[in-house]
Design a binder for this molecule. Structure first.
Ligand code: LLP
Length: 432
């Protein structure tokens, strides 16, 4: 079975996504090609939104973490679905503003926002600035006071929860560049300062414990710890904070070994624990913000490549080279991330050959997957790598001066380009 319900195999034995034949897409638009399924994205947003509405009577917001995949059309979709977005840079913020995204639904993150980014956020009146540290808090206070504004903020707290995931994507534990530490008293000090600073309006708290997490326990623990801290803030400052942003991090299926829960299940379990804790502490259930990124876009996307050389080294391994690689998907090179790949034009044939999938860069580490089971490969085949909708395009580069592929959005059998492929001219645009 293919890893996601939006993928199928048609009567020609070709892979389909969102009702489109992947081989036809590759022939029509060329490869490498990112393909994203609009319905999947919309359904994921709706499911998250529904589960927030069902579980939190004081309301909440699904803020798509646009670092997972950021381009104008995705922001339009998120906007149309009534969701918010999390941005982490002036560039992501600018992209959102260019499609007329409602500023009040924007959450601005980052552990080292620049002065000009903070100014930009204030000028656009973004909904919440998530302040990462005291340096930023004072800087923001200065800027907002000079602009005659009041910045609505959350404080990013490091609740000290370890999530079981790849080391590089763990962000909630105490040894982290992100946020203000809870355990050593820094967080309460920051809350007291924020409560009394000119140009600052402290609205709530934020935490994010990591990414690609399957277990609900760390989410529950984080919610409880954060509520405990809200109670401490009330006790020590007299302020009852009414908003809590619990970040993103919900895991997805990259291979059939991954078993993610339904989002509604996470929401039910976390909200249950959170409400119980709120009642114990006699706190109102806060307005809850969640920031899923990967789970909204990763399974919606596939990448199509054309197979080139197939190199068999007897007794060692077989390499299959494709016309993309680490510049369009650096995740195996960075994290040894697992992916499911298949030959789109032979999708109904047995995947009984072991290959290492190599990119086209002058770099031995430019691999997409080692020891992947694929259909027998030959030059001209179309390879599909599945669940590449998150952290592929957004982490892509022009290494070896390779232009970035186009992104094609598919929807009920129709396709359209939403990001054009880069040209050689584009590569030279800023060269003097
Ligand atoms: N909110 C905050 C504050 C975050 O830092 C992140 C991800 C998210 C939300 C969204 O998390 P998600 O739902 O996508 O797991 N490049 C890595 C992932 C880095 C995630 C960073 N923060 C990868 O390719 O796996």
């Amino acid at each position: 079975m293919l890893i996601s319900e939006n993928l199928n195999i048609n009567e020609k034995g070709h892979l389909t996504i969102g009702g489109c034949d992947a081989v036809e897409l590759a022939n029509h638009y060329g490869t490498p090609l990112y393909v994203m399924d609009e319905n999947f994205i919309r359904n994921a947003l709706r499911e998250y939104k529904k589960s927030i509405d069902e579980n939190y009577e004081n309301g909440g917001m699904v803020a798509y973490a646009s670092k997972a995949c950021c381009f104008k059309e995705i922001h339009r979709i998120v906007m149309q679905e009534g969701c918010g977005i999390d941005v982490v840079s002036g560039g992501e913020l600018y992209t959102a503003m260019q499609v007329g995204f409602p500023a009040e639904r924007i959450y601005f993150h980052g552990n080292n926002k620049t002065e000009s980014e903070l100014r930009m956020a204030l000028e656009y009146n973004v909904g919440r600035i998530v302040v990462d540290n005291l340096t930023e808090l004072y800087l923001l206070s200065e800027i907002s006071t000079s602009l005659g504004k009041k910045a609505s903020i959350y404080l990013r707290i490091t609740p000290g929860i370890e999530a079981h995931t790849h080391d590089f994507v763990k962000t909630g534990q105490i040894d982290s560049k992100f946020g203000i530490t809870l355990e050593n008293g820094d967080a309460i000090k920051a809350a007291k300062i924020a409560a009394n600073l000119d140009g600052i309006s402290l609205k709530g708290l934020h935490c994010h414990i990591g990414s690609q997490i399957f277990d609900e326990q760390p989410f529950i623990l984080a919610a409880e710890v954060m509520l405990g801290f809200m109670e401490q803030v009330r006790r020590e400052t007299g302020i009852t904070l009414t908003e809590l942003n619990l970040g993103g991090g919900f895991g997805i299926r990259y291979t059939n070994d991954d078993c993610p829960k339904e989002y509604s299940e996470y929401m039910r379990l976390v909200s249950g624990a959170l409400k119980k804790k709120a009642a114990e502490l006699n706190l109102p259930v806060p307005f809850i913000v969640i920031e899923p990124g990967r789970s909204i876009v990763a399974p919606a996307g596939i990448t199509l490549y054309t197979v080139g050389n197939v190199k068999d080294i007897p007794g060692i391994r077989s390499y299959v080279s494709i016309d993309g690689g680490m510049p369009d998907n650096p995740r195996y090179a960075l994290y040894k991330s697992r992916y499911t790949a298949l030959i789109a034009n032979k999708a109904n044939q047995p995947a009984n050959c072991k290959y290492t999938i190599a990119g086209r860069c002058c770099e031995s580490g430019d691999l997409i997957q080692e020891d992947a089971m694929l259909q027998q490969c030959q030059r001209g085949d179309i390879m599909a790598v599945l669940a590449t909708g998150a952290y592929n395009y957004s982490m892509s580069s022009n290494y070896n001066r390779l232009p970035r592929p186009a992104i094609v959005m598919v929807n009920n059998g129709k396709s359209r380009v939403v990001v054009k492929a880069e040209t050689y001219e584009d590569l030279l645009r800023n060269d003097i």
